[in-house]
Design a protein around this ligand. Structure first.
Ligand code: SF4
Length: 292
C-alpha cells in the first residue's frame, strides 16, 4: 500500500462541535480583526478549549507568514501589516472570553527588524494588565536566532515559553523552512538562561516518517536543553499540497511515548492523536509551577 492510500483511523474522525456561543466568539474575532490558530487550523478541540477549558491560541502580527514550512497551512508571502493596537484588542478578547489560559503565537516576521518581538512582548503585558489571573504562554518562532529579541519577549515574563521543534532531527530539513533543529534547541536553552524561573515547552508532531528511536532522541535533546514540558500529537495533512502522512500513530503508542517522556524528567507531557501544542496547556502551567 502506498502512502497515498493510508486511511484516517476512526480515532481521528471527530465532528467539529460548534454552537451559538462559538459562532458569537467567531464574530467577535472578525470584528476585532484577530486571528486564532484554533479557527485557522480547524482544530478539533475548539469547543472543549473555548467553552470548557477557557483556553485559546491567538496568532498575532497578521495572517501572512514569511516562511513556508511544508506542514503548515498558514499563508506565505510578504506581510504588510504592523498593527500596534493589536495587543490591546487581544487583551480585550481574552477578557470577553473569560480565558484562564491564553497562548499567544505569531507568524514568522523575518521582514521586521525585531522579528515582531516588541509587539509580542506588548501583547503579553496588555493581556496581563487586563487579565491578571489568566496565565500566558508565548509560542514564538526561532526569531532567526536573534537572542536580543528573545530577551525582549522573556522580559515581559510570560508564564510559559513554548517553542516547537516540530519534528525529529533527521526530518527537519524536509519539514521546516529556514528553521533548523539545532537552532530550536539553542533557542530553548537561551530562554532558560535568560530566566530560569519560566518553564519551557516544546512540541513535535508524528506521522512524517519518524521512528520511535528518533522520537526518543528528540526527547533526550530537549531534556539536555532543560525543556520542562513536551507535547506530542499526530500530524494531519492540511491540503494535498502539504506533506503526506506516512503513519497514524495509535492511541496506545502515544500512551507509551508519554510514559517514556515522563521517565526522562519532563514535568508534564501531553501525548495523543488530537493533542496540539496548546492542548490542556492550563494543566501544564500548574504542573510546571508545582515542580518549580
Ligand atoms: S488545542 Fe490549541 S489550537 Fe486547538 S482549540 Fe485548543 S487552544 Fe485552540
Amino acid at each position: 500500500m502506498t502512502v497515498d492510500h493510508i486511511r484516517k483511523p476512526d480515532w481521528l474522525k471527530i465532528k467539529l462541535n460548534t454552537n451559538e456561543q462559538y459562532t458569537g466568539l467567531k464574530k467577535m474575532m472578525r470584528e476585532k480583526n484577530l486571528h486564532t490558530v484554533c479557527e485557522e487550523a480547524k482544530c478539533p478541540n475548539i469547543h472543549e478549549c473555548w467553552a470548557i477549558r477557557k483556553t485559546a491560541t491567538f496568532m498575532i502580527l497578521g495572517s501572512i507568514c514569511t516562511r513556508a514550512c511544508r506542514f503548515c497551512a498558514v499563508k506565505t508571502g510578504l506581510p504588510t501589516e504592523l498593527d500596534l493596537k493589536e495587543p490591546e484588542r487581544v487583551a480585550e478578547s481574552v477578557e470577553q472570553m473569560g480565558l484562564k489560559h491564553v497562548v499567544i503565537t505569531a507568524v514568522a516576521r523575518d521582514d521586521l527588524k525585531d522579528g515582531g518581538a516588541s509587539v509580542f512582548a506588548e501583547t503579553v503585558r496588555a493581556v496581563r494588565r487586563r487579565n491578571p489571573f489568566c496565565s500566558i504562554e508565548v509560542l514564538p518562532s526561532d526569531m532567526n536566532g536573534e537572542y536580543n529579541n528573545l530577551k525582549l519577549l522573556m522580559d515581559a515574563k510570560p508564564d510559559i515559553l513554548n517553542h516547537n521543534i516540530e519534528t525529529v532531527r533527521y526530518l527537519t530539513p524536509r519539514v521546516r523552512a529556514r528553521a533548523t533543529y539545532e537552532r530550536s534547541l539553542e533557542f530553548l536553552k537561551r530562554a532558560k538562561q535568560i530566566n530560569s524561573t519560566i518553564p519551557t515547552k516544546s512540541s513535535i508532531m508524528l506521522g512524517l516518517g519518524e521512528t520511535k528511536g528518533d522520537i526518543i532522541e528528540t526527547m533526550n535533546d530537549l531534556r539536555a536543553n532543560d525543556v520542562d514540558i513536551m507535547t506530542i500529537g499526530q500530524y494531519l495533512q492540511p491540503t494535498k499540497h502539504h506533506l503526506k502522512v506516512q503513519k497514524y500513530w495509535s492511541p496506545q503508542e502515544f500512551k507509551e511515548l508519554k510514559e517514556i517522556a515522563l521517565s526522562k524528567g519532563f514535568s508534564h507531557c501531553e501525548a495523543g492523536p488530537l493533542v496540539r501544542s496548546s492542548y490542556h496547556a492550563d494543566e501544564q502551567v500548574k504542573a510546571a509551577r508545582a515542580n518549580g
